[in-house]
Ligand binder design. Structure first.
Ligand code: WTA
Length: 653
């Protein structure tokens, strides 16, 4: 067996199984037979799902596949905003709440489907007045406020692809994205509220626009009403949108009309503009939102905590839930403002039934302590979701017990900006779940774990996660970089989509995601996933969070270096003894070969604004190098603090 492939063999074993309750099973949207139905004829299955959308013209062909270029629902015509809004209003659901908005300072707004439609129509009219037409790109740089969703839907309504840039990105990052997509308009706000105070956004737009670009106008929402510098290019949202006609008849666009571009980091410094089209994307997003989250639009209150700046916010805050007519919560701020129970307080306030969040937040809650969730009534919850990174079994169990009261199925959903929609996940009324596993591909999707020669591995073995059949919501390319598209996704295995993730099949064929393949370590010829060691560390009672890197080691090739945050109340002074305990614990969980060479106790970990740990920076520290580019960190000072902490620890030695 090839070394690279062997490197993905995972050692962790997890034997707990959880069945959905019979009450849940009986009412579930996806029933037994869903997989068999899709397996019988994949294209007929997706054809059927697309019929749930509202089309002005039905498609002629379900799929045209010239690897690696897919066209779905060829010849069909539809409008994304009509599917998200008009349809519900036309069918008598206009009074249903679309968003319960909760601002960080405590201000709230309830927006029904018909109100949302009116706002989107007015905004679409404003965009037209500003000279935007189908095909023009619009950059959206906003906090989590309803106008962010309104702006996206207004762009979609007139066929102008949006490029949402996360509000936490810098002026430089914004400029490079504006340039790459050649955006004609930027929609932003004066600022937003975060961690108890108002922050400004508009100055970053002004700064970005000092560079080269073709932006003609900047549309600015007044959110905080702070002093805002102004130029001739700028126009207040309320001054142009409020005076527009509430009528706008939407034009239908080709199923393959670009809906949006969303930038994501690649292995090089230049982000990739992942671009998605309309018909296939909406079909898979609506279907997955319906079956994975089991949405019952009449009764559920759904809350996905993602920001619209990320793909999760696109697919499971804006398009999926609205297409399904769901009522949702949108929250502007941070989970610890004004107190660490804020999220739980909001769940209780609105009676949230479905919560979709990220492992990093779940582990943060674990670190803060059980008393925060326990101070609020979370009994309305009936389903929990997780996304963005592997969820370690201990966090999964904590989520199940403390948040879900042992009654809510958990859906651990694997997907990517590139896949557009959920690809691997339990179906909550069907799947017997295991803590930490995303289980298996959803109906209509083919995912496999393969070795170096693209041969599927047997159960119990690890390898690379690939998608060997096109899917409706797949990316249609990297904006303006066709060669990069082929090279990044389709060249590792000829003609097969390579996701960049390592995965293992357990003895029952369930899929365990092991993190990006570049995060797999090689220790004395034994290959171990960083995720696996992290998971082992976090299963120790003293540990709240852990990040593991493989640092170059003259003796063993790589050595495991672990950065560990202790749970509240565990004293740092335990030093050596705790260190030995943790190393032994890992040895017990995985095996002696997985014992970290070094464990560094830290107070914080370097995370991107979307919550991913930047192992590359930790690797620099572990290898005694100058720490590399840290500009994408949520808190750029974290690396300094870690380095200082380590130096003072060295001084004491
Ligand atoms: C990781 C987020 C394990 C994975 C929707 C993927 C996951 C990358 C999971 C995409 C999961 C996402 N279990 N790993 N449930 N979900 N990932 O583009 O490495 O921000 O390739 O999309 O996140 O991140 P992205």
């Amino acid at each position: 067996m090839n070394q690279d492939h062997e490197s993905l063999e995972n050692l962790l074993s997890e034997n707990r199984h959880f069945l959905p309750s019979s009450e849940f099973v009986m009412q579930a949207n996806a029933q037994h037979g869903e997989y068999a139905y899709a397996n019988m004829d994949r294209l007929a299955f997706w054809d059927n799902q697309a019929c749930d959308l509202k089309w002005e013209r039905k498609w002629d062909t379900v799929l045209e596949w010239n690897s690696p270029y897919a066209k779905w629902f060829v010849g069909g015509k539809l409008n994304a905003s009509v599917n998200a809004l008009d349809r519900h209003v036309d069918e008598g659901r206009g009074d249903r709440v679309a968003f319960h908005f909760e601002g960080e300072p405590g201000d709230t707004k309830t927006i029904t489907y018909s109100q949302l439609l009116t706002e989107v129509k007015k905004t679409a009219n404003a965009l037209i007045e500003l000279g935007i037409s189908a095909g023009d790109r619009v950059a959206i740089y906003m906090p989590m406020i309803p106008e962010a969703a309104i702006a996206m839907l207004a762009c979609a309504r007139i066929g102008a692809p949006h490029s949402v840039v996360f509000g936490g990105f810098s002026a430089d990052a914004l400029l490079s994205r504006i340039q790459d997509a050649d955006a004609k308009l930027v929609i932003t706000s004066d600022g937003g509220f975060r961690k108890g105070s108002a922050f400004a956004l508009k100055p970053a737009v002004d700064e970005a626009l000092k560079g080269q670009h073709n932006v003609e106008k900047v549309l600015v929402v007044a959110r905080t009403h702070q002093e805002t510098a102004w130029t001739d290019r700028d126009i207040w949202w309320h001054e142009i949108v409020d005076r527009q006609s509430p009528d706008h008849v939407a034009e239908s666009f080709d199923a393959e009309h670009p809906l949006f571009i969303l930038y994501t980091s690649g292995t090089t410094a230049k982000p990739k503009g992942i671009f998605h089209t309309t018909g296939g994307y909406l079909t898979q997003v609506a279907y997955t939102h319906k079956v994975v989250f089991d949405i019952k639009p009449e009764t559920d209150v759904y809350w996905c905590t993602a920001d619209v700046g990320w793909i999760t916010g696109h697919s499971y805050v804006v398009y999926g839930p609205l297409m399904n007519g769901a009522t949702q919560v949108m929250y502007e701020g941070t989970p610890d403002t004004p107190h660490k129970g804020r999220i739980f307080e909001i769940i209780a306030k609105y009676g949230v039934t479905i919560l979709y969040t990220a492992p990093t937040l779940i582990r943060t809650w674990m670190k803060w302590g059980d008393e925060f969730p326990q101070a609020h009534n979370l009994e309305s919850l009936r389903l929990l979701g997780s996304v963005g990174e592997p969820i370690n079994p201990e966090a999964w169990m904590w989520y199940r017990e403390i948040i879900g009261g042992n009654r809510c199925p958990i859906v651990d959903t694997w997907w990517q900006t590139e896949t557009g929609a959920i690809m691997i996940s339990p179906l909550p009324g069907i799947t017997v779940t295991k803590p930490g596993s995303a289980m298996r591909p959803i109906p209509g999707i083919s995912a496999k774990v393969v070795d170096d020669s693209a041969t599927p591995v047997a159960d119990g073995h690890g390898g690379y996660l690939i998608l060997d059949q096109p899917w409706p919501s797949m990316l249609r390319g990297i904006w303006g970089e066709d060669a990069r598209y082929k090279e990044t996704y389709w060249s590792r295995f000829e003609g097969i989509y390579f996701a960049g993730d390592g995965a293992k099949l357990d003895d029952e064929g369930a899929i365990w995601l092991l993190g990006r393949v570049d995060d797999v370590m090689n220790i004395s010829g034994h290959r171990i996933s960083t995720t696996e060691v992290e998971s082992a560390l976090v299963s120790h009672e003293a540990v709240a969070e852990a990040a593991v890197v493989g640092a170059t080691d003259a003796m063993t090739g790589q050595g495991i270096v672990a950065f560990v945050i202790l749970r509240a109340g565990i004293a740092h002074a335990d030093g050596e003894e705790l260190n030995t305990q943790l190393r032994n614990h890992v040895a017990k969980e995985i095996g002696a070969i997985a014992k970290p060479r070094q464990i560094l106790i830290v107070n914080e970990l370097p995370k991107t604004r979307s919550g991913k740990i930047m192992r590359r920076l930790l690797k620099d520290v572990a290898e005694d190098r100058v720490v590399g580019d840290a500009t994408t960190l949520a808190d750029p000072n974290v690396m300094k603090k870690i380095a200082e902490g380590l130096n003072s620890a060295k001084d004491e030695d």
